[in-house]
Design a protein around this ligand. Structure first.
Ligand code: M6R
Length: 595
């Protein structure tokens, strides 16, 4: 989760570090800090709160003037957000920043560091004390001895006063990139350095790097030297600005037609889908992901099962990993992830590979771990997504899943040619229909006003309507802090209906999937208990109190892509009316790189 930045060059490090931290702030934003080496002395500043708080504290410091430094923006795991728990953490001549979790920190503390004066409640401080304890004049040796003792996941950037021209980096299971160009830079995410570096090294698990401003050396944890190849940056993943929009989320909602078009265009040429996947017809398919990507997976399951007649299991990544999945070489595992760094999804991917399953990543960030480690990759082309609440990446994931299902159905001949050509035609028009769906914003603003003081909401749907409900409910709770739940409409009466009181808001997603009559009965059931019903529908034939008429999808099987649009806008406007921090909701981070 947390963001790491580093700079080793000829200019003052602080502006670079602060700029990088702002770009990484979406990864975690409860506290931040930086350290520089100036005249062989480590100087650091760290503060609870946003980067802006750190920036103002730095204005009062005139001693932070080195050309080498490291920085960190935190999402708290061990210890609450305080100045003391913010990174960097210092011990002797060392200071470090860390992303990940050191799982055995208590044991290490007990065994080696009983006499140390700990200043924070973090797991991270254990690492810096251990390095200092192992130090007898050779920094990299002390670091190598330490990392071999650490269990869990970590990416770290480390400074030592005795080697004031080097930033040491280590990586195990948490991402870390090193940019090269006129100066060297380090970041846990490409967006922080893409405008400054020409090429980059992607650290692999079990590597240590010694980053000087003009040369970088790599070692394994036994200090054997490693030759590494540099890669070019992919175009289109640079930092983006909000432009005319008040929030990144709204901008990204409006970027959905383009995101979907770019994704479709990169695989659909003329009438043919070209996808880089060789899998033979399997016995079963797994789709594994977290959060909204998991909800895209729910949609994918419906599409896959209809076209392929193969059972598809959609699994939450954090569960898949530990439930002895039955994956094997005959069961492809599709991992969906915007960031490509979600720890649970990455662990699930590795688990699937261990079982011999062919793995397919659907990933938005090309340099990410999931993209790199999957056997084959479908890239969503949503571009950089900054708002914590995903919108355009989710829509791009849906289109990638549609394409993959059509591609497999053609290849394995599991569906009628006419159906496949209708769907392919639908893919081509999908971005236009999403654009049409965006036309509802004015109506949604009015409806949002009726939700502003709501404390509970329920989303119900059947089939593809349920997939929309699940995603819409997450969106609403994530950014507006309204308690909300999604239910398969027929399941509500098995318990949850007891929560319906006069005035309770229920949003019913009436998908064009032949289940409208059943949905109307479910609407009647909650209405009879006094609920206020909002129906998302393509027709007026509903008993709801308010209809949100959505633009038609290019094919009924793709209605998820259009029905989600008004509900993304609803979450946005409700959160706005409630004065919430829309792009950086409380307690969250964009990229969840801890388990
Ligand atoms: O980067 P990923 O797609 O792997 O992230 C998965 C979830 O953390 C993510 O979709 C999360 O649920 C979003 N914040 C929801 O808007």
């Amino acid at each position: 989760m947390c963001g790491i930045i580093g700079y080793n060059g000829v200019s003052s490090a602080v502006p670079f570090l602060i700029d990088g931290l702002k770009r990484l702030e979406y990864r975690g934003y409860d506290s931040a800090g930086i350290a520089v080496i100036s005249n062989r002395n480590i100087r650091q500043e760290k503060k609870k709160g946003r980067i802006a708080v750190l920036s103002s504290a730095l204005k009062k410091r005139d001693d932070m003037c080195g050309t080498i430094g490291i920085g960190h923006t935190r999402w708290a795991t061990h210890g609450s957000p305080t100045d003391e728990n913010a990174h960097p953490h210092k011990s002797g001549k060392f200071t470090l920043v860390h992303n990940g979790i050191i799982e055995n920190h208590k044991e290490l503390k007990e065994k080696y560091l009983k006499l140390c004066d700990f200043k924070s409640e973090t797991d991270t401080e254990t690492a810096v004390h251990l390095i200092n304890r192992h130090y007898s004049g050779n920094c990299i040796e002390a670091i190598a001895q330490t990392v071999k003792l650490l269990e869990g996941s970590f990416a770290m950037a480390i400074l030592c006063e005795d080697e004031p021209e080097t930033i040491f980096c280590v990586r195990k299971a948490s991402p870390l990139l090193i940019g090269t160009g006129e100066e060297a830079s380090i970041a846990s995410d490409i967006s922080a350095i893409s405008s400054k570096a020409d090429t980059l090294y992607r650290m692999a698990d079990g590597e240590i790097a010694a980053v000087k401003k003009d040369c970088i050396e790599f070692y394994d944890f036994n200090l054997n030297k490693i030759d590494k190849e540099r890669s070019e940056f992919s175009v289109g993943y640079a930092h983006t600005e909000k432009g005319e929009f008040d929030h990144y989320m709204l901008k990204e909602i409006y970027e959905q037609p383009e995101a979907v078009k770019r994704t479709v265009d990169s695989y659909l040429q003329n009438d043919t889908l070209n996808m880089p996947i060789k899998t033979d017809k399997p016995e079963r398919i797994y789709i594994v992901a977290c959060g909204s990507a998991y909800h895209a997976g729910l949609a994918g399951k419906l599409f896959f099962e209809q076209l392929l007649s193969i059972p598809v299991s959609v699994e939450i990544a954090s569960e898949f990993r530990y439930c002895s999945p039955l994956a094997n070489k005959k069961t492809p595992v599709i991992i969906i992830s915007q960031s490509g760094e979600t720890a649970d999804s990455l662990a699930a991917l590795r688990e699937a590979k261990k079982k011999g399953a062919p793995t397919i990543g659907i990933v938005n960030v090309p340099e990410s771990s999931i993209a790199t480690e999957s056997d084959s990759v479908i890239y969503t082309k949503a571009g950089t997504e900054i708002a914590v609440a995903t919108t355009k990446a989710y829509s791009a994931q849906l289109s990638a899943l549609y394409m993959l299902a059509i591609f497999f159905a053609e290849k394995w001949q599991t569906a009628e040619k006419k159906q496949l050509s209708d769907l392919t035609e639908g893919l081509r028009k999908l971005h236009i229909c999403i654009k049409n769906a965006l036309g509802c914003e004015e109506q949604i603003k009015e409806i949002a006003a009726r939700f502003a003081d709501t404390e509970h909401a329920y989303f119900i749907g059947r089939g593809s309507g349920y997939a929309v409900a699940a995603e819409a409910s997450l969106k609403l709770k994530e950014i507006s802090y309204i308690h909300s739940e999604a239910y398969a409409a027929g399941e509500m009466k098995h318990g949850t209906i007891s929560l319906i009181e006069p005035g309770t808001k229920v949003i019913a997603i009436c998908a064009p999937n032949g289940l409208n009559a059943k949905m109307q009965s479910n609407i009647d059931e909650v209405k009879a208990r006094g609920a206020e019903i909002f129906a998302v529908t393509c027709t007026h034939e509903t008993k709801a109190d308010t209809c949100i008429i959505t633009a038609e999808a290019p094919h009924p099987m793709m209605s998820i892509s259009t029905q989600i649009i008004p509900l993304q806008l609803l979450s946005y406007h409700v959160a706005r009316l409630r004065g919430c921090d829309i792009d950086k909701p409380r307690n969250l981070a964009k990229s969840v790189t801890v388990e």
